[in-house]
Design a protein around this ligand. Structure first.
Ligand SMILES: Cc1ncc(COP(=O)(O)O)c(C=O)c1O
Ligand SMILES: N[C@@H](CCCC[NH3+])C(=O)O
Length: 469
């Protein structure tokens, strides 16, 4: 992620805006790498899999998350095929509902859930429990009990308390718990601090450097019962962060995790059969982002692991990965209706054009939370008007309620126009709030010319249902 400071304002002579913006004379075109595969413009109108956004807005209202189902399935399959022989867990935190859980199942992937709520959605979708992994840095006894009773395939242990809870629960229920141990490799991932998860000073996992990871594994191995039951140690788990483009963080982490893996074999006399390298693969939000394909990622990750296993003289464990954003992120765009357009005078005679839409930080908090950059396009008509550098903002009572910080839009954009923001499939609906009592937006999946509601829009009655005062 890049935190850009855009100095380019409407009215400043010769200013072409930040480097990631399209040329102002090219403003009508879609930049293919930012959009789902079945999205195009027909006479200026954005269409997805044969459905126009004008029809979608009329039928489902705005703001609306529009998901290209075929693109989701294709990306899921691409990971499955590229990582053949490994397990691919879709990270449900990026976006999970019954429909997406079913697509993941049908495409042959497994599923990572990180709370009792996500587990409940997966079970409701009929997802095979043995293909579920339960994450979380503070799993409650109730969440662990439910996972054991449902027959969840693996639990990724994140604290000593959790080990004790599992020892007690397995004894009480007579069920076995297959566990991995989440470790922190001490890697500074090249991403925003808040979505970096493997440096030393943060809440996830057990540190390799200070010995906590080895101690946690020792405790689990000591708790294994020769007759089965109790805890069964599957291996180590490492996840270094999210929206990462460069391989060096994965490389350093894989080396450190594999060294610990080798130490476990040598000192504890057990061969962990598996290893999970987590997710975190970056996607394109602007033209400056240059993501790797699943095949390139597989090449580099598997190459690192195989080389390191050779060097350590250990067998390659059965590997798994957990991509979320890279599967669902690019499949979705958010459709908004413009409500107001305002030109604000700035020092030096320049002005900034604010285009306000009918959603904002309640449907995409990522710009406010991580200074995340997005792009957008006029979606409902063609325009020949000269482009104007614009800031797209939401309707919330916060000045940080920015949807797209800088984008060229036709100068005649006005109330009633539709705007589409691509790349909103991951961590937008899943992080959505009802701030200012704005009901959460609907998600519609489009496939072969048919639009299907997969999450309905929240209503005022839904909001009132909680207010028991
Ligand atoms: C343990 C774990 N696995 C997988 C993911 C998915 O990450 P991403 O959506 O960036 O692929 C996350 C989120 O960062 C995570 O914490
Ligand atoms: N919510 C973050 C990703 C968090 C990943 C989960 N550990 C984002 O939007 O980028």
């Amino acid at each position: 992620m890049r935190a850009h400071e855009a100095g380019a304002l409407h009215g400043q002579a010769g200013d072409r805006g930040p480097a990631w913006l399209r040329r102002p004379d090219d403003v009508d075109a879609l930049v293919p790498q930012l959009w789902a595969r079945n999205v195009s413009k027909v006479d200026g109108v954005v269409t997805v899999a044969g459905e126009s956004v004008t029809d979608l807005a009329e039928e489902f209202g705005t703001p609306l998350y529009v998901l290209d189902e075929d693109d989701f399935r294709t990306r899921a399959r691409a990971f499955r095929d590229a990582f053949e022989g490994c397990e691919v867990y879709y990270a449900g935190k990026s976006f999970l509902c019954v429909a997406t859980a079913r697509w993941v199942e049908e495409e042959g992937l497994s599923l990572d859930v990180c709370t009792g709520g996500e587990l409940a959605v997966a079970l409701r979708a009929g997802f095979p429990p043995e293909r579920l992994a339960l994450h979380g840095n503070n799993k409650s006894v109730a969440e662990l009990r439910r996972a054991l009773e449902a027959g969840v395939g693996r639990i990724i242990v994140d604290s000593l308390e959790e080990i004790d809870r599992l020892v007690a629960l397995t004894a009480e229920t007579g069920r076995e718990a297959a566990v991995m141990v989440r470790v922190t490799a001490g890697v500074e991932a090249h991403t925003h601090e808040y979505i970096s998860t493997s440096h030393e000073d943060q809440k996830f996992g057990f540190s390799i450097a200070d010995g906590a990871a080895f101690d946690a594994v020792s405790r689990i191995v000591a708790a294994q019962r020769p007759d089965g039951g109790g805890l069964r140690f599957l291996g180590l788990h490492s996840h270094i962060g999210s929206q990462i483009f460069v391989a060096d963080g994965f490389e350093v982490a894989a080396r450190r995790v594999l060294r610990l893996h080798a130490r476990i074999i040598e000192e504890l006399g057990v061969v962990p059969p598996e290893m999970d390298l987590g997710g975190g693969f970056g996607i394109a939000y602007t033209t400056q982002d240059d993501p790797r394909s699943p095949a390139e990622l597989a090449d580099s990750l598997l190459g690192i692991v195989h080389a390191e296993c050779r060097a350590l003289d250990v067998a390659v464990p059965h590997l798994s990965i957990e991509p979320g954003r890279a599967i669902v992120g690019p499949t979705t765009f958010t459709l908004y209706e413009v409500g107001t357009v305002k030109s604000v005078g700035l020092d030096g005679g320049a002005s900034r054009r604010y285009v306000a839409v009918d959603g904002g930080m309640s449907d995409n908090v990522r710009p406010a939370l991580y200074s995340a950059d997005y792009s957008c396009t006029l979606a409902s008509r063609r325009s020949e008007a000269p482009a104007v550098l614009s800031r797209v903002v939401g309707k919330h009572c916060e000045s940080g309620d920015i949807v797209v910080k800088d984008e060229y839009l036709p100068g005649d954009v006005a109330a009633g126009d539709l705007l589409a923001v691509p790349g909103t499939g991951a961590y937008c609906r899943s992080l959505a709030s009802t701030y200012n009592h704005v009901p959460r937006a609907a998600v519609v999946a489009v496939r072969d010319g048919e639009a299907r509601l997969i999450l309905r829009r929240e209503t005022e009655d839904d909001l009132f249902a909680l207010d028991v005062g």
